[in-house]
Design a protein around this ligand. Structure first.
Ligand SMILES: [Zn+2]
Length: 80
């Protein structure tokens, strides 16, 4: 669920809102002039993404090696 922290620029209200298709409005003054905060959720997902990234890199390295072998084989076949 895309839950974000917002800060209302009109009344200063701070609140969390789900961002789906429509932009949220301030629950206090209904203003749409909102500033999206960098939430703790984003920070914690950053470290999660980093650990996923190192795993993905290893996976990608293997895929790349296989791809290079395939290219070499394809080249060999091409010369025949
Ligand atoms: Zn407001």
């Amino acid at each position: 669920m895309p839950l974000y922290d917002f800060h209302c620029l009109d009344c200063g209200e701070k609140f969390e809102a789900l961002v789906l298709k429509t932009a949220p409005a301030c629950p206090s003054c209904q203003s749409a002039r909102l500033e999206q905060q960098i939430s703790t959720f984003a920070v914690s997902s950053e470290s999660t993404r980093e650990s996923n990234l190192s795993g993905a890199k290893r996976k990608h390295a293997k895929v790349h090696r296989d791809y290079t072998n395939d290219m070499r084989n394809a080249e060999k076949n091409h010369h025949h």
